[in-house]
Design a protein around this ligand. Sequence first.
Ligand SMILES: [Zn+2]
Ligand SMILES: [Zn+2]
Length: 78
Amino acid sequence: MEEAREVFYRICPRCARAVPLASSERYCTNDGTRLLEACPGCGARITSPYARFCGRCGREFRLETRALEDKAGQGGLG
Ligand SMILES: [Zn+2]
Ligand SMILES: [Zn+2]
């Protein structure tokens, strides 16, 4: 009598915050980034709140926002 019920999560690609898929949260409450509901590469559901990579295709979720962070690294301390 085992019921295999999987729980899925949404993950923030910027700060790796996770919320259950059952929640109505669509955007990260920390930074306003749109949460990933599934892997942007292959569409697989996210089954762990600690996932940083897709378990199916190995895509890194953080890659989605890496381009935004790059421009913050330029310039020197005044
Ligand atoms: Zn976030
Ligand atoms: Zn994937």
